[in-house]
Design a binder for this molecule. Structure first.
Ligand SMILES: Cc1ncc(COP(=O)(O)O)c(C=O)c1O
Length: 393
């Protein structure tokens, strides 16, 4: 059960043009940001699973863009120590250590960094904080759909700009601005989920400098560490309208531990904190915070995981290409494979061979997103491709 929004916050939303019904729904989004599963806009992994939503025992999971193994070994002692002290709430000390580790890693001031239990909460929160019934949301298509779900649920105008082959499926920032020059929020996922394509920093900077004065640009860098691309945090010095999101759920192997970050100027964080934000950012899991802090100090493990992912991705891509399946050139831990036919029977055949592949996006109904697994996962995937081959056009 979610408590209603306090009257002064309800009034703020009313002044921004939200109806009473929409305000009720906002309360639900904010209350649920940290526990996405079960929300009306959220498609959980179970929704997209073949074979009745149950994993076969020992299945190779290539459907959730998780890393194939757990947290960094170098960070486990800190996590173990935190577990043994699990009777205690988080203190400012552990949280501050994480903030400082991020600041050192990214060469930014600690005042820009806010930790969260994963990045889903701040992601949902940005739509609520910066959009309204008259100031919409603009994204590319396909991209990570959580923000679409929130916008649709709250009846916020949503504009999706298709990715195109003629520019390498890169986010077209100029087309995004043209599609809705008066939006409240522009969202770029870079590298993009599900294509793995990177938006050049110069394009991100261009968009940040050209969006309306009151709008924000949210750059979701959930997959940044798989790529050598520069982070949009380097633009924070000159762009005060930028929110960069990160998560420890991918390369850092901590999806189940729940830790994420938003990096932005304090005036934007203040707006994102309007309801329960302070609670969410201070009630973090202590083992997650401790493991995240030490992981950021282990540059060699970051580089190792990035390089292994690239090697495994190349093997997967070559295997798909051997069977005539085209993929979008990716700089992340996923490949978008075009079967040129409805993926249903292919997904099912993979599952019968113990391999669970990912979902499709409506705009590209013949494609499936496949997460890059370990070297041995990729071997199993390639073996399963022998069975799938007869289904491919
Ligand atoms: C692009 C992107 N952003 C955000 C998230 C949310 O991740 P989490 O809440 O685990 O940090 C995901 C998860 O798949 C994602 O792909």
């Amino acid at each position: 059960m979610v408590a209603p929004l306090p009257p002064h916050i309800q009034q703020e939303f009313q002044e921004r043009g939200f109806s009473r019904r929409q305000i009720g729904r906002i309360g639900l989004v904010l209350g649920a940001g940290a526990v996405m599963a079960g929300m009306p806009w959220h498609r959980s992994r179970a929704d997209t699973l073949p074979l009745g939503g149950v994993y076969p025992a020992g299945a190779i999971l290539l459907n959730g863009n998780e890393f194939w193994t757990g947290p960094f070994p170098s960070a486990l002692p800190a996590g173990q120590k935190a577990l043994l002290n699990g009777n205690r709430y988080l203190t400012g000390k552990e949280r501050q250590a994480l903030v400082e580790a991020v600041a050192t890693y990214d060469h930014i001031g600690p005042e820009l960094v806010t930790p969260w239990p994963g990045s889903s909460d701040p992601l949902c929160r940005t739509v609520i904080s910066f959009c309204s019934p008259t100031q919409g949301l603009v994204t590319s298509n396909p991209t990570y759909e959580t923000v679409w779900g929130v916008a649709e649920w709250l009846q916020i105008p949503l504009t999706r700009v298709p990715l195109r082959p003629d520019n390498g499926y890169k986010t077209d920032v100029r087309a995004m601005l043209k599609a809705d020059p008066h939006a409240g929020m522009y969202y770029i996922c870079s590298p993009n989920n599900p294509t793995g394509t990177v938006t050049p920093l110069a394009d991100i900077a261009w968009l940040a400098r050209n969006i309306p004065e009151k709008a924000v640009l949210v750059v979701d860098e959930a997959y940044l560490h798989f790529s050598n691309a520069a982070s949009a945090v380097s633009l924070l010095g000159s762009c005060r309208n930028l929110v960069v999101l990160r998560t420890f759920s991918k390369l850092f192997g901590m999806a189940g531990l729940r830790l994420g970050l938003s990096i932005a100027h304090p005036h934007l964080h203040d707006r994102m904190m309007r309801y329960d934000g302070i609670y969410q950012t201070t009630m973090l899991s202590v083992p997650a915070v401790s493991i995240g802090t030490d992981s950021l100090k282990d540059q060699s493990e970051i580089a190792k995981r990035r390089s292994e992912t690239r090697q495994n991705r190349q093997v997967m891509q070559e295997c798909l290409s051997h069977y005539g399946v085209r993929t979008v050139p990716s700089d992340a831990n996923m490949l978008m494979a075009d079967w040129r036919t409805a993926p249903g029977p292919i997904v099912k055949t993979f599952a019968q061979n113990n391999v669970i592949i990912g979902r499709s996006w409506d705009i590209w109904p013949t494609c499936s997103r496949i997460t890059v697994g370990s070297a041995s996962d990729v071997q199993v995937f390639c073996k399963a491709m022998e069975q799938v081959a007869s289904l491919i056009k």
